[in-house]
Design a protein around this ligand. Structure first.
Ligand SMILES: C[S@@+](CC[C@H](N)C(=O)[O-])C[C@H]1O[C@@H](n2cnc3c(N)ncnc32)[C@H](O)[C@@H]1O
Length: 190
């Protein structure tokens, strides 16, 4: 049921939320990331991080791999992935919001990484070819989608045979919340 509801309402609320965030954000202390990884990141990328954990470390990336980051935001995980896959590897971050893609490009440039690109798009309809990636990562994004089954179908479509998916997110059983919350777009977007 939830796979089909309120897609545009939720996306409008997400757009509104991120558009109204101030550029002047304080640096956050991210306890989910290792200190040596935080040291690789421009301060602004850390300040603009909104994930729930550290999927890139868990993905055990190898040099030369192609990684796709679903809902890359301001680029923190894509930048860390680009360091790990090295110059022979490649990272593609996908985000709904053009302003988040612009921020991510700025942060990747500040980190001196030419092997990461950011494209505007929906994780439910990835603007990427079939069987083109080795690993899909995502951090705090799939919970925002009203079409989760499509997100996973798309992730499987872009992965090569034997590819890996590594996701960090909030999870919830539908029975855990009253209907009026489950059916409220703002609760989903929040
Ligand atoms: C909670 S933030 C997480 C950002 C990033 N993964 C991080 O760890 O900082 C959610 C991000 O997902 C993006 N997003 C939400 N729904 C999306 C969708 N359906 N398709 C693509 N991006 C989406 C938002 O624009 C936002 O940048």
């Amino acid at each position: 049921m939830t796979d089909l509801m309120f897609k545009s309402e939720i996306q409008d609320l997400i757009r509104d939320t991120y558009r109204h965030l101030s550029d002047d954000r304080p640096a956050r202390l991210l306890q989910t990331y290792r200190d040596e990884d935080l040291a690789l990141l421009p301060g602004e990328a850390v300040a603009w991080s909104f994930g729930t954990d550290d999927p890139v470390s868990a993905a055990e990336l190898q040099p030369g791999e192609h990684v796709v980051d679903l809902g890359c935001g301001a680029g923190i995980d894509a930048i860390l992935a680009a360091h790990r896959v090295g110059p022979e590897g490649q990272v593609t971050g996908v985000d709904l919001l053009p302003e988040m893609c612009r921020r991510a490009r700025r942060h990747a440039a500040a980190a001196g990484l030419p092997n990461v690109t950011f494209v505007e798009g929906e994780i439910e309809a990835l603007p990427l070819p079939d069987a083109s990636a080795d690993v899909v990562v995502s951090n705090g994004v799939i919970s925002l989608s009203a079409r989760k089954a499509r997100v996973f179908r798309e992730a499987l479509r872009v992965l090569r045979p034997g590819g890996r998916i590594c996701v960090s997110d909030m999870t919830l059983e539908e029975e855990q919340l009253p209907q009026e919350v489950m059916l409220h777009p703002a609760a989903w977007a929040g």
